[in-house]
Design a binder for this molecule. Structure first.
Ligand code: ZN
Length: 452
């Protein structure tokens, strides 16, 4: 049974409606800024002023700017909030439950049967748990595909960060039509919800769980709703082989022929691509989400990131769900992305540090169609900002801020997080949601789930 907690007054602690957010004029001083805009060079000893949810000034702050809150970055790095462009946050409940298995066996024998038992309430707490972890690792925007998405949306509203959410769609059983109806309802109730922090996309799971007819239906739906598509493509060699057997073409070519790329598409994984696939993705401005840890852990292979970068494909970065990772630590993804491609390509210039950091910021924003609003520190953009505490041995000496972020930084160095102009974490303490309560509920749910 799904419990609707939206009006459940026993959860008073979490009643946080978007209207409650009171923006303050924030002044951040004594920071080294990494704007990640046109210019990659860090700006030393800088100030940034935030008015409502927008970056108002950088550098010189007019004397009449009335700061209601001053944050001293103490020489730390101020950078745009990270964008986790592909995840399933509520899978935090299945973290460390089933590991060391191949993708299809993992999905069919462990994950899908466990997910069958999840209720809306479970997904709500699992989403909050995931978001607590995201905030702690500096993520201010994430893109998610799952079910009971209204519960994830409710958790986003409370956590205070930004999200692009998609109800996962598939017709490999008889539930295909019902899922589409849920996706439409979800779009109608939550697109531009939580004070504009939530966007809704269409989320066909993959070309191997959706029939061509069903995919065509979803493409039409995305066009009608004027939204994008979030899908998994060519994650494993087996999937590509299956596609050739069934359709005589690669998953990318198959989706292209169905007209999917007429709609702005965010394609997670894209591990197994031929040159023709990469050309299709580049020509159609499809954004890729690279999930290095998940690909490594499930032994799915190495995405041709450097090849895509050189062909001008927009490559973003994601954690994938926390049960195929098993964390939501974007700094780990940046690090692995930057180091692994060098060895795979036998070329130490492959995926340079600055590109790895941009994958996790500007490229993620672009993938989600939000690059006008977030992803870099520029006047007029939304105030999604994080401060990294660099007064630690692994940052010393301070030669190069970009290298430090890609090769030395840890998620635990994120000290303060501002999302949409609201301080959601200050001095390592999350302000919007109650971590102790969330961990308690998640343990309770996990115990019940696996004792059933
Ligand atoms: Zn995924």
């Amino acid at each position: 049974m799904e419990i609707n907690l939206r009006h459940d007054k026993t959860h008073k602690h979490f009643e946080r409606i978007s209207g409650r957010v009171k923006w303050m004029n924030i002044l951040i001083k004594n920071a080294i800024i990494l704007p990640l805009a046109e210019e990659d060079t860090p700006l030393e000893d800088m100030r940034v002023a935030v008015e409502k949810n927008v970056i108002k000034y950088i550098g010189e702050i007019p004397a009449d700017f009335a700061a209601e809150k001053v944050i001293d970055a103490k020489g730390g790095l101020l950078m745009p909030g990270l964008v986790d462009a592909h995840t399933h946050v509520a899978m935090s409940l299945l973290r460390n439950y089933a590991d060391d298995l191949p993708l299809m066996e993992w999905l069919r024998t462990r994950i899908w049967p466990a997910e069958e038992k999840l209720t809306g309430e479970d997904v709500y707490w699992g989403s909050l748990l995931g978001m607590a972890e995201l905030i702690k690792s500096g993520v201010t925007c994430f893109s998610d595909m799952y079910f009971f998405m209204e519960q994830t949306a409710r958790a986003v509203e409370e956590a205070g960060i930004r999200a692009v959410l998609a109800r996962g769609l598939m017709d490999s059983d008889e539930g295909g039509e019902k899922r589409i109806q849920e996706a439409i309802n979800f779009y109608e109730s939550w697109n531009n919800g939580a004070g504009g922090r939530i966007r809704v996309m269409a989320g066909p799971h993959s070309p191997y769980t959706c029939s061509p007819k069903y995919l065509s239906r979803v493409i039409e739906l995305a066009k009608e709703l004027d939204t994008g598509i979030h899908i998994h493509i060519s994650e494993s060699a087996h999937e590509v082989e299956q596609s050739f057997n069934k359709y005589g073409k690669s998953p990318v070519r198959h989706l292209h022929d169905l007209g999917m790329f007429d709609v702005p598409t965010v394609a997670a994984h894209c591990v197994h691509l031929c040159d023709d696939d990469i050309d299709i993705l580049a020509e159609n401005n499809v954004s890729i989400v690279y999930n290095p840890t998940s690909n490594l852990k499930l032994a799915n292979g190495f995405a041709p990131v450097e090849k895509m970068r050189k062909k001008g494909v927009n490559v973003a970065l994601g954690t994938d769900g926390p049960s195929s990772n098993n964390n939501l630590n974007m700094f780990e993804e940046i690090h692995i992305a930057a180091v692994i491609n060098k060895s795979v390509n036998n070329d130490a210039t492959s995926v340079p540090a600055v590109f790895a950091v941009k994958m996790a910021t500007v490229n993620g924003a672009k993938a989600l169609g939000m690059d006008e609003e977030i992803g870099s520190i520029e006047i007029g953009k939304k105030a999604d900002l994080i401060i990294i505490d660099t007064h630690k041995p692994h940052f010393c000496p301070g030669h190069n801020a970009i290298s430090a972020l890609a090769y030395s930084a840890q998620a635990a160095d994120v000290k303060t997080v501002i999302a949409d102009g609201e301080i959601v974490m200050e001095d390592y303490e999350i302000k919007t949601i109650d971590i102790e309560r969330i961990m308690f509920e998640a343990e309770r749910i996990a115990r019940n789930l696996f004792s059933k």
